[in-house]
Design a protein around this ligand. Structure first.
Ligand SMILES: Cc1cc2nc3c(=O)[nH]c(=O)nc-3n(C[C@H](O)[C@H](O)[C@H](O)COP(=O)(O)O)c2cc1C
Length: 310
């Protein structure tokens, strides 16, 4: 059997396939479809300090080879998460990565991280500094930058969280930038143990009959196969500039699209939108990767990481 084990910070994964934040709920939603303990890791929907209702509906629509969403971090808040969601997650036996966010007040990242640091069943914290759907509804507010659109702000948030937790820290980056490598370098310098990329690309869609935007927040995050070549290009660029592991995502829907990312330099991959099409896709991709390694007589997944031939 080929070796699928990888390490991300202190986190040891039995295989490098994760479920991406916001597309897998709090795992319970998928328990009837797959054996959750076979996943490499599970990333929760992003949690904020206070409960969030998210954006007004409609919040999703289909696009060519993808979808737009403007869920806007609907979540039960940290206390609701600890009480209602964590007990189930603790029992699974798969590493749990809790995604946290606050675009309006960066100090909240520190408060959230301090609370999570105390819980031994939580394996890692992912800093979602890249959600494009949480700013005010007013158009003028949208000009405000995301933390992950500024290398200094990224450095400061990661650094401040690093001081309060010894858990593996992952920073999730936005593709809505000119040069993602600058942001990745800032996260690494500030002590992040890994980077996750990419979050969604800002996009929009119009209903020509009503002349209204198809989602109420006007713009939303584009995900799915449509963004894969961009995600892959960014993983490749970042891989050449940092030494910490990359958790790659963006349009992975099958084994071959997953493998593309390992070859470009990813240490692990995460599946998002594809979970909505096929809730068993994570497990199918783990089997597919094993098959590919066996067929090609490759002993360990590590052998293909960053093996792009130029
Ligand atoms: C409906 C939906 C909700 C999402 N919610 C979150 C979230 O709460 N936090 C986060 O970091 N990313 C969120 N994402 C982004 C995904 O985790 C992922 O980065 C992105 O969709 C690209 O991967 P994919 O093409 O495989 O979906 C969301 C994506 C979708 C489609």
């Amino acid at each position: 059997m080929p070796n699928l084990k990888v390490k991300i910070g202190k986190l040891k994964l039995k295989n490098p396939v994760m479920a991406a934040s916001g597309t897998f709920g709090y795992a319970q939603e998928f328990k009837d479809f797959i054996d959750l303990k076979n996943l490499g890791a599970i990333v929760t929907k992003t949690i904020t300090l206070k409960p969030g209702q998210g954006n007004p509906a409609p919040r999703t629509c289909e696009t060519p080879a993808g979808m737009l969403n403007s869920i806007g971090l609907e979540n039960p808040g940290i206390e609701g998460f600890l009480k209602e969601k964590l007990p189930f997650l603790k029992k699974i036996g798969t590493p749990i990565i809790v995604s946290i966010s606050s675009e309006k007040n960066p100090d909240e990242f520190v408060i959230l991280a301090k609370k999570l640091d105390k819980i031994k069943e939580i394996s890692a914290i992912e800093l979602n500094i890249s959600c494009p759907n949480v700013r005010g509804q007013k158009i003028e507010d949208r000009r405000q930058k995301l933390i992950s659109q500024d290398s200094k702000a990224t450095y400061e948030v990661v650094k401040s969280v690093r001081k309060v937790t010894t858990k593996t820290l992952i920073t999730k980056l936005s593709p809505n930038v000119t040069d993602i490598t600058e942001i990745a370098i800032a996260a690494e310098k500030a002590g992040s143990n890994a980077v996750s990329l990419i979050n969604t690309l800002t996009g929009m869609s119009v209903d020509i009959n009503t002349r209204k935007p198809k989602i109420a927040a006007i713009t939303g995050g584009l995900s799915g196969p449509a963004i894969r070549p961009i995600a892959l290009r960014m993983v490749w660029q970042v891989y050449q500039k940092i030494r910490i592991p990359i958790i790659a995502m963006g349009g992975i829907i099958d084994t071959s699209s997953a493998l593309e990312f390992f070859i470009a330099g990813a240490t692990a991959i995460s599946i998002g939108t594809a979970n909505f099409i096929n809730p068993k896709i994570t497990i199918e991709i783990i089997s597919g990767i094993k098959r590919y390694l066996i067929q090609n007589k490759i002993k360990s997944i590590k052998e293909i990481m960053g093996s792009l031939k130029i």
